[in-house]
Design a protein around this ligand. Structure first.
Ligand code: HEC
Length: 171
């Protein structure tokens, strides 16, 4: 009884932090033949993080878009990957978790364009290379952070300090 009430409460909470903290429990399903998250994917108006429906955020007084919220999940995952790479431990697969960046509402919908999508694809290819558990995990990890940087230099350079901190040699 108590448990089902807790579940109901959880379901009612649209808090993105819960989502970010949830570790992937089930191994990712085999990749669908048709990619359901591309530049062509129509975004649904009204979902949390869409224009006019920003997600309450401590960092951002105006609220956060779906893409900004997803970026926070990516930052947390990559920070965790950095610790694992430095410790010589296996890094959990991230591509399935991160691929949503191609079909998430940005603050300005026009930012989701062909140039953005090309850089998102490039980023996901670096993540896939790290997921493949290469012999040189440090190089593969560094390429992932490089792909964060490439997109941010082209789109918004505010988070560059965060990206600097993800480099393996950052203090
Ligand atoms: C393909 C382009 C692209 C890639 C790759 C990318 N970002 Fe972003 N990122 C963006 C855009 C665009 C925004 C702004 C989102 C918005 O305003 O809705 C953003 C937002 C952010 C934010 C701010 C979130 C907030 O709370 O406002 C951080 C931090 C960030 N990115 C870090 C990263 C890191 C770290 C990586 C790599 C792990 C990365 N980004 C990869 C395009 C990208």
């Amino acid at each position: 009884m108590r448990r089902s009430l807790a579940c109901l409460l959880l379901l009612g909470c649209a808090c993105p932090k819960n989502e970010a903290a949830a570790p992937p429990v089930v191994p990712p399903a085999p990749r669908a033949v048709v990619d359901d998250c591309t530049l062509a994917t129509k975004l649904l108006p009204g979902v949390p993080g869409s224009p006019g429906n920003l997600i309450a955020s401590e960092r951002n007084p105006n609220g956060a878009s779906e893409l900004a919220t997803h970026m926070r999940l990516m930052v947390d995952d990559v920070r965790d990957a950095k610790a694992k790479v430095l410790a010589g431990q296996a890094v959990p697969a991230l591509r399935e978790r991160h691929r949503k960046l191609r079909c998430a509402w940005p603050t300005s919908p026009s930012d989701r364009n062909e140039a953005f999508d090309a850089m998102a694809l490039s980023y996901l290819s670096k993540v896939a290379a790290l997921d493949a558990k290469p012999a040189d995990a440090r190089a593969a990890y560094t390429a992932v952070v490089g792909a964060c940087r490439t997109c941010h230099e082209a789109t918004c350079d505010g988070p560059i300090a965060v990206i600097d901190g993800l480099e393996l040699d950052a203090k």
